[in-house]
Design a protein around this ligand. Structure first.
Ligand code: NAD
Ligand code: UD1
Length: 316
């Protein structure tokens, strides 16, 4: 059994990963529960939950000197682009400073680490128009969130080249699935949509606010494919010191998505249109050729993923 640290492990992607890996490993989760929930984690003797701030150097030093980790997944972050535009200083502390602190602590205390996987974002590409985005495409970060993700990702990869710390980075596109918290205005759009559909089906008032005209598009990738990608990037030798797009290679506009869910659930969601959010990217689409060389093959298109997600939400 390996020891594995998952920061942000009570959040959407982190908890799914922790639950999956806990079958055969000892997992330590650090999360301040600002967005995550402890209930996202299954009850297991193999999961130790630590409530705390990942930017707290003392706490992190204590953990990294107490355990020898085989893998570290650094997923803790303020995940909302719009929130980073509202609170650039506070989000910088988590989204950038915690990464540099962690890298230094690994250098001092983790000689047996096999891999640190850093969760970067498609947001680093910004609004340059060429699509799909390859890892070597123009980088034009437009928001504090995107600047921090790019800087932190580059630090993580440079620590491999400079100090031989085994690192890799993933640039997630728009991930969706169960356990994504819908309760903030800054939550991922599909979790908010799901919340409104559930309310509508329960006969409660439900309006979805669409920022812009709904023609913006995203490469929505289902959580199970993201777990597949994380496993490959963490374990393949060829992934050392490199970053990989994680998406599907297909994009969907928000209006197309809403029409598709309306059809699956046989309802018509009420929409309210508001002005586009500042810093919002209009279109995003991944070229996934690089991660395919590691053996990645997405199994879910947006419709398959939505069907699984809807099924899990309505059978709870
Ligand atoms: P999430 O908000 O569900 O998970 C992030 C977790 O980090 C939350 O549980 C939150 O409570 C925790 N956290 C925040 N600040 C913390 C702090 N100071 N100390 C400890 N814990 C803290 O988001 P997610 O969708 O699971 O995203 C996971 C990672 O992937 C993030 O780094 C995010 O930026 C990145 N990412 C996500 C997406 C996506 O579409 N979901 C896309 C690109 C990148
Ligand atoms: C998302 C992720 C971010 C990640 C990026 C990578 C979250 C919260 N954000 O950002 O971590 O780095 O993908 O591609 O997981 N919208 C509405 N109404 C709403 C909410 C959103 O119209 O109530 C719109 C937004 O304005 C945007 C689109 O939906 O145009 C997607 O928004 P969001 O889910 O926040 O994703 P990104 O900003 O792409």
């Amino acid at each position: 059994m390996d020891n594995i640290l998952i920061t942000g492990g009570a959040g959407f992607i982190g908890s799914t990963l922790a639950n999956y890996l806990s079958k055969e490993n000892k997992i330590v989760v650090v999360d301040d529960l600002s967005m995550g929930k402890q209930e996202n984690l299954i009850s297991s003797n193999n999961i130790k939950f630590v409530k705390g701030d990942v930017a707290d150097k003392m706490l992190m030093e204590q953990l990294l000197s107490e355990y020898s980790f085989a893998y570290i997944f650094h997923l803790a972050a303020v995940a909302s682009v719009a929130d980073s535009v509202e609170r650039p200083v506070a989000t910088h502390r988590v989204n950038f400073e915690s990464v540099l602190t962690l890298l230094e602590l690994i250098r001092q205390h983790q000689p047996n680490l096999k891999r640190l996987v850093f969760s970067s974002s498609a947001a680093v590409y910004g609004d340059e128009l060429t699509l799909p985005k390859q890892e070597e495409s123009v980088i034009r970060p437009l928001t504090p969130y995107a600047v921090d993700k790019f800087a932190a990702e580059q630090y993580a990869l440079d620590y491999y080249h400079l100090y031989d710390i085994p690192t890799s980075a993933v640039r997630f596109f728009n991930v969706f699935g169960p356990n994504q918290n819908p309760n903030s205005p800054y939550s991922g759009v599909i979790s908010i949509l799901m919340d409104r559909y559930k309310k509508q089906l329960a006969g409660e008032p439900a309006v979805f606010t669409l920022f812009g005209d709904g023609s913006q598009s995203r490469d929505f990738v289902y959580i199970e494919d993201v777990i597949q990608a994380l496993m490959l990037v963490a374990t393949k030798e060829e992934a050392l010191g490199k970053q990989f797009n994680v998406g599907t290679g297909n994009s969907t506009t928000l209006l197309e998505l809403i029409q598709a869910i309306d059809k699956i659930l046989n309802v018509k969601l009420e929409l309210k249109f508001e002005e586009e959010r500042s810093g919002d990217i209009h279109d995003s689409l991944a070229d996934i050729s690089k991660i395919k060389t590691l053996g990645y093959q997405p199994k879910f298109d947006i419709l398959d993923g939505m069907k699984c997600y809807i099924e899990s939400e309505f059978t709870d």
